[in-house]
Ligand binder design. Sequence first.
Ligand SMILES: Nc1nc2c(ncn2[C@@H]2O[C@H](COP(=O)(O)OP(=O)(O)OP(=O)(O)O)[C@@H](O)[C@H]2O)c(=O)[nH]1
Ligand SMILES: [Mg+2]
Length: 450
Amino acid sequence: MKIKRFFAKDMRTGIRQVREALGADAVILSNQKVVGGIEIVAAIDYDEALLAAEESATRTSLLDTAPAGEPSVNQLSEDIVSLSHPSSARQAYVPPVEAPRDSEIPRPEMPAEPPVETLPREAAPKTRVEPAVEWSQDPTLQQMKNELKDLRGLLEQQLSSLAWSDLSHRNPKQAKLIRCLLELGLSPALCQQVAEEVGNGHEDFDNVWRHALAWLASRLPLDTADSLDGGGVVALVGATGVGKTTTIAKLAARYALRHGRDKVALITTDGYRIAAHEQLRTYGRILNIPVRIANTREELSEALKLLADKELILIDTAGMSQRDVRLSEQFSMISDSAAAIRTYLVLSTTTHRAGLREVVNAFKEVKLDGCILTKLDETTSLGGAIATLMENKLPVAYMSDGQRVPEDIHIARAHTLVNRAVLVAQQTSQALEQESLNLAFSGMVANAHG
Ligand SMILES: Nc1nc2c(ncn2[C@@H]2O[C@H](COP(=O)(O)OP(=O)(O)OP(=O)(O)O)[C@@H](O)[C@H]2O)c(=O)[nH]1
Ligand SMILES: [Mg+2]
């Protein structure tokens, strides 16, 4: 064991000195205010048994040899006592083995050991201090940690700003392409991918831009077969108010117009709100098609049996937040049904990219056959929806762009969606501020190195 005394102007400097001299495993045994600053006694390889032996040896030699002018034996022995019994030292640093007794919060990293005082003297080595916990508890270190985190953030911001301006000089065409793609609302990762694929050619920017849009359209997952026109049992799921019931009415009306009203029926599983039944019943009355209510799995099977002569049965479900615990209940009702139910997720394009990602992740629990995009007429950005479909390889079947039944529903077309994304971005003229660009670019840099 090595014991050392330090003098410093304040605690923070003192701790730094201890760390530099003895390393991160050092243990502070005592500290006290002295004229001009603070005195810290610290040790490395702290071992109480060994210290006791050293204590008696030091005491004997000091009694024999203390020269004039040196600290008195009493002074030194007082220090040694404080070192060998840290808990009794003046303003002693709180020994970490004591901490769990004071705190209500469990600390999983701390082994459950009895308090130091209750241990017999021979067992002392087992009470070795856990330096990692001790250092992490120090408020000064916590503050330093936070300051370092802030500094890191600032540095990353500066670096991404530099990287962006470097790219703008090195490859202005690619930089402009990234800026335009970000303005569509696409994710930084997707922008980077497109820029790498098409942004290095020698054509003028208009050509590069056309290529980029064509690249996006060619990779957009689509369900172009007008899949509902073939009939079957189809459930629409999704978050609250995204347009599930309205879309069901549009799809039912469309089918009825083509194949006859007697070929289509509706079921609602929204047992949570009376108004939901009423909304679907009203559409049923207007379209003159049957509507059934099924609040349980059994009722759903029964309703499907009763409507077995229909070619297309559309199931309207209760709108639920992606964080709603009842979501699984609804999923199991659809998944466990004996009938082969195809499930489509209804996504409102007015939802932000992060929100869309969260919804898709939550609703993936039920096997999704595709999705339907709604509210294209209201959205201020379509990039989030495009990125979400691509990231999740979720095919889009229909797009809805208004409240009119049945006019405002269309089979999804990739070029229409991409062109619309450009149009919406132009209309809302979402010119990106330099700070947003830096932020997005830092995401790309992180992606590239991740
Ligand atoms: N502008 C616009 N409004 C739409 C569109 N689709 C649906 N709506 C409107 O959005 C609102 C909610 O539609 P609903 O069909 O009731 O939505 P929902 O998902 O069934 O709602 P919950 O059952 O409450 O979860 C209604 O006012 C619809 O008219 C669309 O494509 N564009
Ligand atoms: Mg509804």
